[in-house]
Structure formats: structure tokens, C-alpha cells
Design a protein around this ligand. Structure first.
Ligand code: PLP
Length: 393
């Protein structure tokens, strides 16, 4: 029976990974996923930075059920006034600076980045784009074009033209930003590059250079937003505000969503030349907005964001005891554990899975693995998870 399910899964569901995890999911709650094999797994990656408030948070489930009883999709994005969409816009504005008070809810992180790049081109009237080496911004053509990873790009060329890649944290390369640059798009903290933080000097100089040249600065916080780093938004660690912010993943509390957010002035260039500068049928879907709204409220009410650094430190301290660990890069509850070789990473991740703990790779850093558990994880659970990973190391 199980063999048949696996073979159906592998044959009828398109695969992009040669070695999928193959956990046959029965249910998920809090930081746990149960398999149909009766096993209980600690989800120490939160569906890759999605379930920041845990799986099936009761507030999210309640909001979804209430919205279900009112209406589902009624119209393409932006035509009708819908309670949950409007409430989400207000909620986002309440946690963001004044200059980021106008939001457009889309379907995914990659769409948010596509739209942000279009917005920057439209607002500035410029064509040149700058991104960072080793970045990841999504898998659709535009986002892939600004993803600084030649291997991921090479089979899909030609991609967007007029893109230059600067080195993350190399101030000298900021001279490439000129009056011709429409935008610089950057992950505030590089995630799939194996968790690389910007130096305060780099990010401050980048902001200054963008302001001087009239270039829009886009921060992609699809992975590091919504409390993951110990602040609601990662840019709050640096007192640097982008012109456009993109979100996704954890914003939806487990539902599919993305958002690009800017000022009223910048955003409203999408209403003319051409009209409908970005359109999407399912953008601002009422169920997803209701879930996102509930998710933000949970993050506001709980103390989890404030505790993320302390919990992350505890996990770091436990894992640091292993002589196999070469380095731990961490911010809040996002950890990259550097082992120096892919073979070791593979062994440890597989052993962890055997012991009922889910860790995961990085897209472009084979020598490290990630842990990014739900922020709702308790100290006791962190200790338990830490000991499991330590034993596998
Ligand atoms: N940007 C970053 C930084 C990401 O980590 C991801 C996904 O991992 C994306 C964009 C793309 O988001 P999505 O997979 O929702 O399209």
C-alpha cells in the first residue's frame, strides 16, 4: 500500500527533487507533523520558514472558518472592498513605517518580487536592475533573473536583460548603482546563501547610494520576515527602511500568500501607463488574507518574537558542543549549521529524520543545514531538539 502511494506520488506528481523526504503526512499541529506511519516529527524548519506561529494555530483556523462562512473568491484583485483584505492592509500598515503603508497582496513570494521589480521600473522609468550574488528571489522568470545563482539560471536563458550582480557586503561594488538603476533587490539577510547577514556599514551605504541616485531599494523578506529574526522585519535590526518590501511564506499563517508593499505615491504609479500595472485574479484571496490577519495578530499578542533570540541562542549553545560543527550562523530562530562538507550534511539531516526531527538543506550552500523552527517552540522542546541533533552530529 505504502509502496503504491510512493510510486503514484513519484509518477503523477511532478518532481523537481531526486530525493524527496517522502513523509506521508497525516496531520500537523504546533511544531509537530504526524506521518501516516504513526510517527511524530519535530518540524524544525517550519515548512521552510512558513509556520512561524506553528501548524494550525487556533486563531488562524478560526479566521479561516469564519471567512469560509462568508464568501470565497468574489472578484479579481482590487475591485471590491473585502473585509479580510482591508483588515490585512490596515494590520500591515500598523506594523510598518509610514513609507511602507500601501500593500498589494499576491499569491506567492516570487510573484511579490516580480511585481516589485515591475513597480521599480515603472516608478523610475529606468531599465537597469541590480541584485546580489548568491541571492534567491524565486523561481519564475523575473525573480530567477535576479537570483544570483548561475547554475539555477543557466538552462532557462535568456532571462531578463540589464541585470548586474554585486557582492553582498562588498561596499566597493555599490559604485555600480547609478542614475540608470531602477532598483537594487536584496534579501535583507541572505537565506539560501546559508544565512549571511549584511554588515551595518554595507546596508547603510547601500541605502545612501540608492537615495542619492533615485534608485528604489527592495528588501526581499519573504524568508526572514514575520518575526523569524527576532524582530517583526529583519530591516529593523539595521534602522534602514527599503522603498519596497516583499513578504510571503510566514505571512499567511500556513496559507499561500505574498505581498509587495511601498508608499502610496510609488504604488499608485501602477494605476496608469498602463492601467492595471499588475493584475492577478486570486491576489488578496479572502481566506488567505483572513489567515494572514490572524497570523499578524498572534505575532503581536504573543511574546515569541522577543523570545526568538534567547531560544535561538539556547539551540546554538547546545549544537556548539559538537566538534563536527565548524560554524553556526544565526539570527533569532534561524540557524545555519556549517559542517564543511555536503556528505556530512546529508548524513546528519538523514539521521535526524530517522530520529523524528526535520532539518533541511540550503539551496546554494551544500556544506550547511538549516534549522528554523516555529517561533512558538518552547525551551523544553528546543532542548530536546538540540539533543537529538547533537546525537546525530
Ligand atoms: N524570496 C526568498 C528570499 C525566498 O526564500 C523565497 C522562497 O524560498 C522566495 C523569494 C520565493 O517565494 P515562493 O516560493 O513563495 O515563490
Amino acid at each position: 500500500m505504502l509502496k503504491k502511494r510512493i510510486s503514484t506520488f513519484l509518477k503523477l506528481q511532478a518532481q523537481t527533487n531526486e530525493n524527496p523526504y517522502l513523509i506521508d503526512v497525516e496531520k500537523a499541529e504546533g511544531i509537530y507533523i504526524w506521518g501516516k506511519n504513526g510517527r511524530k516529527y519535530m518540524d524544525m524548519i517550519a515548512g521552510v520558514a512558513v509556520n512561524n506561529i506553528g501548524h494550525r494555530h487556533p486563531a488562524v483556523i478560526k479566521a479561516i472558518k469564519e471567512q469560509l462562512d462568508k464568501h470565497l473568491h468574489v472578484m479579481v484583485y482590487g475591485e471590491y472592498i473585502q473585509d479580510s483584505e482591508l483588515a490585512l492592509a490596515e494590520n500591515l500598515a500598523s506594523i510598518l513605517p509610514e513609507s511602507l503603508s500601501c500593500s498589494y497582496i499576491v499569491n506567492s513570494g516570487t510573484e511579490a518580487n516580480e511585481a516589485a521589480i515591475k513597480l521599480a521600473k515603472r516608478f523610475t522609468g529606468r531599465q537597469e536592475l541590480i541584485s546580489c550574488k548568491n541571492s534567491y528571489h524565486g523561481s519564475t522568470h523575473g525573480s530567477l533573473s535576479v537570483t544570483g545563482n548561475d547554475e539555477k539560471q543557466s538552462s532557462f536563458k535568456p532571462l531578463l536583460p540589464n541585470i548586474q550582480f554585486i557582492e553582498f557586503n562588498n561596499i566597493k561594488t555599490l559604485s555600480l548603482i547609478t542614475e540608470k538603476t531602477a532598483c537594487v533587490i536584496m534579501e535583507t539577510i541572505q537565506g539560501d546563501a546559508g544565512l549571511i547577514k549584511p554588515t551595518p556599514e554595507f546596508i547603510t551605504t547601500l541605502r545612501e547610494k540608492c537615495t542619492q541616485t533615485g534608485t528604489l531599494l527592495i528588501f526581499d523578506e519573504v524568508q526572514v520576515g514575520m518575526g523569524r529574526t527576532g524582530k517583526m522585519f529583519a530591516f529593523e535590526h539595521y534602522q534602514v527602511i527599503p522603498d519596497i518590501l516583499t513578504l510571503g511564506k510566514a505571512l499567511g499563517g500556513g496559507m499561500s500568500i505574498g505581498a509587495f508593499i511601498s508608499s502610496y505615491n510609488i504604488m499608485h504609479t501602477l494605476t496608469h501607463h498602463p492601467m492595471l500595472g499588475h493584475i492577478t485574479t486570486f491576489g488578496g484571496h479572502p481566506i488567505n488574507c483572513a489567515a494572514a490577519n490572524a497570523c499578524i495578530n498572534v505575532l503581536k499578542q504573543e511574546n515569541w518574537i522577543a523570545e526568538a533570540d534567547q531560544k535561538g541562542q539556547l539551540l546554538e549553545d547546545i549544537l556548539s558542543k559538537s566538534s563536527q560543527v565548524k560554524e553556526i550562523r544565526r539570527i533569532g530562530l534561524f540557524l545555519a549549521i556549517e559542517l564543511g562538507s555536503f556528505e556530512k550534511v546529508k548524513q546528519v539531516v538523514e539521521k535526524c529524520l530517522d530520529k523524528g526531527l526535520i532539518g533541511f538543506w540550503f539551496l546554494s550552500t551544500p556544506t550547511a543545514f538549516r534549522l528554523s523552527p516555529p517561533l512558538s517552540i518552547t525551551e523544553k522542546e528546543i532542548r530536546k531538539a538540540g539533543e537529538i541533533v547533537l546525537s546525530c552530529l
